[in-house]
Design a protein around this ligand. Structure first.
Ligand SMILES: N[C@@H](CCC(=O)N[C@@H](CS)C(=O)NCC(=O)O)C(=O)O
Length: 211
């Protein structure tokens, strides 16, 4: 585990589900950070300075001035950032291999499926100028399927993988917006219970308010 110094981590982010993950993690772990807003509505994600640290021109990205070997490191992709911060601090990312594999499974489930599919659902339902029934139906059905997977996973469990972890952080920021994704939680009691619990965490509230 690397030493944690007082130098703030720069968090290049915006008020979106992927963007909130990192301030929440930093609040949970008590690491000092500074938010650098990247207004994606104004296209700031394509600015050359931002591309230098986030080559896929998407938020979030971080610069840790006290990276490995005491040298700065820039990291993009929210899953990679959460894992890095978990390894750096030992916080919310278990060292035990079996426990870590379980966290990774649900973290990758979120970054590879739950997030992108819900993003498309939101896009076609709310943002698309042209309302395309095929696209709306397709992504709404996939959103409902994914919420069903989440509900079954949380049946008899407090968290996605063992103790509260980076997998929960990654997933809660998307589930928070279930209404905009056309998903009613009344038939998903385990998601409802879990979401209420994680959203009540003081660090989650502070992280959501950070940008
Ligand atoms: N796989 C990426 C996805 C990041 C992502 O999609 N970010 C969105 C905001 S939630 C973004 O920057 N959109 C701006 C754009 O696409 O131009 C991650 O998990 O970090």
């Amino acid at each position: 585990m690397a030493a944690v110094t007082g130098k703030p981590i720069d968090v290049h982010t915006w008020s979106t589900p992927n963007g909130w993950k990192i301030p929440i993690m930093l609040e949970e772990c008590g690491l000092p950070y500074r938010v650098v807003p990247v207004n994606i509505g104004k296209g700031e994600q394509t600015a050359p300075d931002f591309l230098a640290i986030s080559p896929n021109n998407k938020i979030p990205a971080i610069v840790d001035h006290d990276g490995p070997g005491g040298e700065p490191i820039a990291i993009f992709e929210s899953g990679a950032i959460l894992q890095y911060l978990g390894r750096k601090t030992g916080c919310l990312y278990p060292a035990d291999e079996r426990a870590r594999v379980a966290v990774d499974e649900w973290l990758f489930w979120q970054v590879g499926g739950f997030g992108p599919m819900l993003g498309q659902t939101h896009h076609f339902k709310i943002y698309a100028q042209e309302k395309i029934p095929y696209a709306i139906d397709r992504f709404e059905a996939e959103a409902k399927r994914l919420y069903g997977v989440l509900d079954r996973r949380l049946d008899g469990r407090d968290h996605l993988a063992g103790d509260y972890s980076i997998a929960d952080i990654a997933t809660l920021t998307w589930a928070k917006l279930h209404g905009k994704q056309g998903v009613d939680l009344s038939g998903l009691p385990n998601v409802r219970r879990w979401l209420d619990t994680v959203l009540a965490r003081p660090a989650v509230k502070r992280g959501l308010a950070a940008i």
